[in-house]
Ligand binder design. Structure first.
Ligand SMILES: [Zn+2]
Length: 203
């Protein structure tokens, strides 16, 4: 890449509020806005002008999630096998993750007590509170620690929200089925917006 090309590609990278063009040249789309004759970016990304159509857009960069060992987050279980669960990370240190990052929970990191298989720990669709134990991909998470575990779960049988029954045991108020999970102390107390998101995703 020549020096000129490098300069050009750097110029195309913008952050919110950067001036990317003037209104005489281009029409802004939903990624930018007009202010005093200038077009400013609303997002972090690359500017893509279309000279022919006189339109301009900013293609957002994929958000890179910076993880640190010990970070606490909230994720949703995608699938469960005997030894592992696949978990999408939706929240890290109280901040939403724009693009969920996949992680792995191994059965040895599920509980301080001996757990034979992952089906005693969690099920697909559950929401977990976890800590990060490996930050490189694949990301590994753990439920061993104060306040970690399943925070929202639905019935294996009928899909109804489960209620806390006793530690590591949940009960369905609809069909009375009692089920095992590794429950967090805060089971059921997590903000309900997570539940709404999960319902929307599955519909
Ligand atoms: Zn049920």
């Amino acid at each position: 890449m020549s020096k000129k090309q490098v300069e050009k590609s750097t110029q195309n990278r913008v952050v919110p509020g950067d001036k990317i063009a003037v209104i005489e040249e281009f029409l802004p789309d939903e990624t930018c806005f007009e202010q005093d004759g200038s077009i400013l970016s609303m997002t972090t990304g690359e500017v893509l002008p279309d000279q022919k159509k006189h339109k301009i857009t900013v293609k957002p960069f994929k958000q890179v999630l910076q993880l640190r060992r010990g970070d606490v987050g909230v994720g949703r279980v995608v699938y469960v096998k005997k030894q592992i669960a696949s978990v999408d990370i939706h929240r890290i240190n109280e901040t939403s993750v724009p693009l969920p990052v996949n992680s792995i929970l191994h059965v040895s990191e599920a509980s301080k007590r001996f757990v034979r298989n992952m089906y005693e720990v969690t099920r697909p669709g559950d929401w977990l509170k976890f800590k990060v134990v490996r930050t490189m991909k694949p990301v590994y998470i753990s439920l061993i620690g104060e306040g970690l575990g399943v925070v929202i779960a639905q019935c294996n049988h009928c899909g109804h929200d489960l209620n806390f029954y006793r530690r590591n045991t949940l009960k369905c108020p609809n069909c009375s089925l009692v089920q095992n999970r590794v429950t967090a102390k805060s089971f059921g107390k997590l903000v309900t917006s997570f539940k709404r998101t999960s319902n929307n995703e599955t519909r």
